[in-house]
Design a binder for this molecule. Structure first.
Ligand code: DX5
Ligand code: ZN
Length: 222
């Protein structure tokens, strides 16, 4: 039984001191660096892309967890894999079953780990054709697009449904939850089966980000 891991989202970090912030979360025991890629189409916001991933790869030993909130993942995937993404998440809303299978295959062919994400209103059933091949499923607990939003109540039930779906086919992908996760919500999602918690503002907007990270990890274990 693995302890819950924290994946701080650098979307909430200080971009002018990104190296410092990465070193800080690495020291504090983060499990991944969560990189929120937004294209201004799949979501209204525009954030960061391939060049940042390439630079991050040189700056940290932590695995890079790249969350692609983009319309055309099949086209862009090779670029992110080449830049050093260790785990790549594509959204189920932009790919049919065949597209999902192709995305997972191309991520695995590059030696990286593959995940599929569900927006809050996307039913877990779309995972069925690929769940056996996934390393992780990302359950969004806010509408993707912005950091600092409030956790959508009841998202922990979606986590439990995804865990049950995976179990029903004998699969055991990690389950990641993203959006509004902090001291209050971490225990809920962890109790429902979450393995990896993305935290943006709860870590980087805290007065002491290292303490906040450790506190969230500890509360998720209870
Ligand atoms: C939302 C992003 C999240 C977000 C997390 O679209 O995928 O990773 O930045 O930020 P918080 O934890 O502040 O909700
Ligand atoms: Zn994210």
């Amino acid at each position: 039984f693995e302890p819950v891991k924290i994946a701080p989202s650098i979307l909430s970090a200080d971009f002018m001191n990104l190296g410092r912030d990465i070193a800080l979360i690495e020291e504090a025991g983060a499990g991944y660096v969560h990189v929120d890629v937004m294209d201004g189409h799949f979501v209204p916001n525009l954030t960061m892309g391939v060049p940042i991933v390439r630079q991050l790869k040189k700056a940290t030993a932590l695995p890079l967890d790249v969350h692609l909130m983009i319309d055309n993942p099949l086209e862009q995937l090779p670029w992110f894999l080449d830049a050093g993404a260790d785990l790549v998440t594509v959204h189920a809303e932009v790919l049919d079953a065949d597209g999902l299978a192709r995305a997972v295959a191309s991520i695995h062919a590059a030696g990286a780990k593959a995940a599929v994400s569900l927006k809050p209103r996307t039913a877990p059933g779309v995972l069925a054709p690929v769940v056996a091949d996934l390393d992780m499923v990302l359950v969004m607990s806010v509408e993707p697009g912005f950091s600092g939003q409030s956790y959508i109540e009841g998202s922990e039930e979606k986590v439990a449904r995804v865990a049950a779906l995976a179990r029903s086919v004998g699969a055991s992908p990690l389950i990641q939850v993203d959006g509004g996760i902090g001291m209050a919500t971490a225990p809920l999602v962890a109790a429902s089966g979450a393995d990896v918690l993305v935290c943006g503002n709860a870590v980087f907007a805290a007065e002491d980000p290292a303490r906040a990270l450790a506190g969230i990890a500890a509360t998720a274990e209870q």
